[in-house]
Ligand binder design. Sequence first.
Ligand SMILES: [Fe+2]
Ligand SMILES: [Fe+2]
Length: 284
Amino acid sequence: MVKIAHISDLHFSGNQENRQLGSLDRLLDHFNTEGFDHLVISGDLSNNAAPAEWRIVREKLESHGFYHWEKATVVAGNHDLINLEEEMRFYNALNPLPLARKKAFDRKLKAFCVFFQELITGEERGDNAFPFVKIINYPSVKIAFAALNSVYPWYPADNPLGARGSISTGQLRALRVERVLFSLKECFVIGLCHHAYKVYGTDSLIDQAFDWTMELKNREEFLGLMKVMHAKLVLHGHFHRFQSYSVDGITFINGGSFRYNPLCYSELLVDGQGSSTQKFVQLP
Ligand SMILES: [Fe+2]
Ligand SMILES: [Fe+2]
């Protein structure tokens, strides 16, 4: 049995958050005592897209022995790459062209990947980025994590809150190639991204108006890729809810929000026969 823990949406914003830091310590201690093999964090590690905030999470992973390629995988969330206030100030001041915005966004994404390079390639240095496939050979089963970036640059009309997601054509294409699909043979495949496939609706009219600003724009293309890759599970965050749902035979797990419930996580068990069970665990 391979044991995977999944948490999401930590939203660390400064070093003064002693209570949140203490909760993360407790959670990571618990993962060690319970013998978890791997930890997945599905984005929004930080709140204001600042490397100093990314560092809080990296240092916690380091101090609990999780900061190793085979022990943890992270993907970026919109709050790791976009600082809305800064974007708006910049836009209002300079009105830069969309191309310039896109370049600035790409630089930020690259910085995130360089910062967490150890978890992407197992090397301290390098600038390899999304998408990537991490195949770990456990004695009982081979697990492949297919990680994609679903964060999409802030644009005033199309992505006014920076919370709308899209997975680039380049990433979708890169994972569809024969060589990649061949390497997944005999693997238990788990897809990872920050945004939800499900469109979370509410009954409130005001909330409905905001639904589209949080959605994954090309979720059907993403689902198509997950099918081609024979993914059994997709882990994500973004909507701060602890929830799982199934689409066309693929189980999607929303890792909820550490920010709102720091002692809850998703536990995933994968056995040698290629089946898995999942539950949300609440620490007392
Ligand atoms: Fe979030
Ligand atoms: Fe998010």
